[in-house]
Write a protein that binds this ligand. Structure first.
Ligand SMILES: Nc1ncnc2c1ncn2[C@@H]1O[C@H](COP(=O)(O)OP(=O)(O)O)[C@@H](O)[C@H]1O
Ligand SMILES: [Mg+2]
Length: 216
């Protein structure tokens, strides 16, 4: 099945405290699935489990029918190229132009057509020669998204892409998500941004008390 499937996943970081406590959810790898829940409920843990950066204590994680939790590290690298995970924060190098930051994903080849396409897709063509300290937080975040797009994924994991951004910058990032959605890209988006949820979500997954359920 073309989905990210969590089956009865248990994850604890200290004995007796299960952050995830038998969580099951099937997230189709198309459209935008927003993941909401209180701070500390395990949303980022869910993202890390999805690409094998963490292993569950029990249960299983599958991506497009492939077991992720038992996959060896060398095979996980291909998974992470197929489904890039964007951590919170822009994560750009301030001494490289936006274009060169995007090109990091193509081993530093800025002329790679995939780099230019990724920049165009998020609407950053006019900004590509700027440096991160010269642009606002919305443009930085879009640059980080462009870097993930160089790998030409069909699906992204976005961890709180608008948290900490002002309203204008958040609006820019949400516009970019809307554009990418139109282009057929899917994503699991961890977000507290209720405007984005209302506007963009195909599904809303609520994480609470170690379990997850879709909001109808
Ligand atoms: N690597 C880790 N080591 C110890 N505790 C962790 C680790 N990662 C997450 N946790 C704990 O797991 C819980 C869920 O974290 P997280 O998934 O980051 O929450 P959020 O829903 O805010 O993204 C928190 O209590 C956090 O402190
Ligand atoms: Mg988090």
């Amino acid at each position: 099945m073309d989905a990210l499937v969590f089956t009865e996943v248990v994850k604890a970081f200290s004995p007796g405290v299960n952050v995830l406590d038998g969580l099951s959810a099937t997230i189709p790898l198309k459209g935008l699935c927003f993941v909401v829940g209180k701070s500390g409920s395990g949303k980022s843990v869910l993202c890390r489990l999805a690409v094998g950066l963490l292993k569950p204590d029990a249960g299983q994680v599958e991506l497009s029918g492939e077991r992720i939790d038992t996959l060896p590290e060398r095979k996980l690298q291909a998974v992470r190229a197929k489904v890039p995970y964007l951590v919170q924060g822009p994560a750009l190098l301030d001494w490289l132009t936006l274009q060169d930051n995007v090109a990091l994903a193509s081993k530093g080849k800025p002329d790679d057509t995939r780099v230019q396409q990724a920049i165009d897709r998020v609407g950053l063509t006019d900004f590509k020669s700027r440096f991160p300290p010269e642009v606002g937080p919305g443009i930085k975040k879009r640059t980080a998204i462009a870097r993930a797009l160089v790998l030409q994924p069909r699906y992204l994991l976005l961890d709180e892409p608008t948290t900490g951004l002002d309203r204008e910058a958040a609006g820019q990032v949400n516009d970019t998500l809307a554009l990418l959605k139109q282009q057929g890209l899917g994503a699991m988006v961890v977000s507290h941004d209720y405007r984005a949820v209302e506007r963009l979500a195909d599904l809303v997954l609520v994480v609470d008390a170690g379990k997850a359920s879709f909001r109808s």
